[in-house]
Design a protein around this ligand. Structure first.
Ligand SMILES: Nc1nc2c(ncn2[C@@H]2O[C@H](COP(=O)(O)OP(=O)(O)OP(=O)(O)O)[C@@H](O)[C@H]2O)c(=O)[nH]1
Length: 349
């Protein structure tokens, strides 16, 4: 019976780790496997969906890419994820494999637990949870918090019942993994990679396989077909939240915020990007991504910032009739001064 279940792979990892990049690669080397993709993003701008639909893989058409946009997948399991899966399973042509990209802020645990819902459990199994890690960010200490500062914040505000949200989320995503992909190894040296491996291993009790990757290039045969059945193993992968609130108090994402900035066309993109770097550093922006309308260019410029690193490339021509503008989603901790960031970005144009 189990063999007839459709395998589903959950791909998680912190903001900007390289999940979408890895899935893009996967779609191009998955052979004849028909893949359905469920993607979820934090923030009101479907950048990942746009990027993945643009890759034109034959085994995964636009219809097979489903975006869940009503919030973070771990908090909307019942309202969003379950009905989506049910509909997907009712399709006449069922996929051979389902791939789910969680938002960079999602806890994978509630999602894996959802595979035990009666209607889902009989038809689908979690082939494996894959956690993508930004090795360069780990090497730079972005997930290792200043514990004194965290303790000081907790002393000021007793309602802070746990450690820093970033560090905790990073550990929760690792705790749930069956396979850890240490991505972005091009940005660090061998010694740095050694330190990243020990740092990651020190954060988890389970010992999933770790592999290295650049630009998310991992063969489909490594990512798909792990055959774990992770829904039967949720007791061994509990998140900090589950351990602290066994009474079922709902988890939320109050610690993080996102907003969209809309601008007109930009003439000097290199000047814009340089100044954006300054704003990101000054306000500790965690992630910024979107599309830029460059004055006089028929192509759209995709912009991807992860911490201080910014990538940009023309990804496609603006479609006829498509509204051309610059739209960027900004994600940071709740205490980020949204108004100041918005005004600073708007002042660049
Ligand atoms: N140098 C380098 N850049 C990478 C690598 N993998 C991904 N990137 C870049 O990192 C940025 C973020 O990659 P995404 O694939 O969008 O990351 P993500 O995890 O899907 O991001 P969110 O969905 O926002 O959480 C993009 O600019 C990628 O081109 C890598 O191995 N090396």
């Amino acid at each position: 019976m189990n063999q007839q279940k459709i395998p589903a792979t959950v791909i998680t990892g912190f903001l900007g780790a390289g999940k979408t990049t890895m899935i893009r690669n996967l779609l191009t080397n998955a052979g004849g496997k028909k893949i359905a993709l469920i993607i979820n993003e934090f923030g009101d701008l479907g950048v990942d969906g746009d990027v993945l639909k643009g890759c034109g893989a034959e085994n995964c058409s636009e219809d097979d890419i489903i975006e869940l946009t009503n919030g973070c997948i771990c908090c909307t399991v019942a309202d969003d994820f379950i009905p989506t899966m049910t509909k997907l399973l009712e399709r006449e042509q069922r996929p051979d494999h389902i791939v789910i990209e969680t938002s960079g802020l999602a806890l994978p645990q509630p999602l894996v637990a959802a595979f035990n819902w009666p209607d889902i459990r009989t038809q689908v199994t979690v082939d494996g949870v894959i956690t993508v890690v930004d090795s360069a960010a780990v090497a730079a200490g972005r997930f290792a918090d200043d514990h004194d500062a965290v303790d000081a914040r907790r002393a000021e505000d007793e309602s802070l019942d746990h450690e820093s949200p970033i560090e905790e989320l990073f550990e929760d995503q690792l705790t749930c993994a069956d396979l850890i992909v240490l991505n972005k190894t091009d940005l660090i040296d061998v010694a740095g990679l050694g330190r990243v491996k020990s740092e990651v291993a020190s954060r988890i009790a389970r010992k999933p396989v770790m592999i290295e990757a650049r630009n998310g290039e991992v063969p489909a045969s490594v990512l798909l077909g792990l055959g774990i059945g992770a829904e039967d193993d949720i007791a061994n992968r509990k998140s900090h939240h589950e351990l602290e609130h066994e009474d079922g108090e709902p988890h939320d994402h109050d610690e993080f915020d996102s907003f969209v900035v809309e601008l007109g066309a930009i003439a000097d993109t290199s000047g814009f990007v340089e100044k954006l770097k300054g704003i990101i550093a000054e306000h500790d922006v965690l992630r910024l991504k979107g599309f830029i309308e460059v004055s006089g260019k028929p192509m759209r410029l995709q912009l991807q910032a992860v911490g201080a690193r910014i990538d940009q490339y023309f990804d496609r021509a603006w479609a006829p009739g498509e509204a051309r503008n610059t739209r960027l989603v900004v994600i940071g901790l709740h205490e980020m001064d949204q108004d100041a960031v918005r005004k600073a970005i708007e002042a660049l144009v």
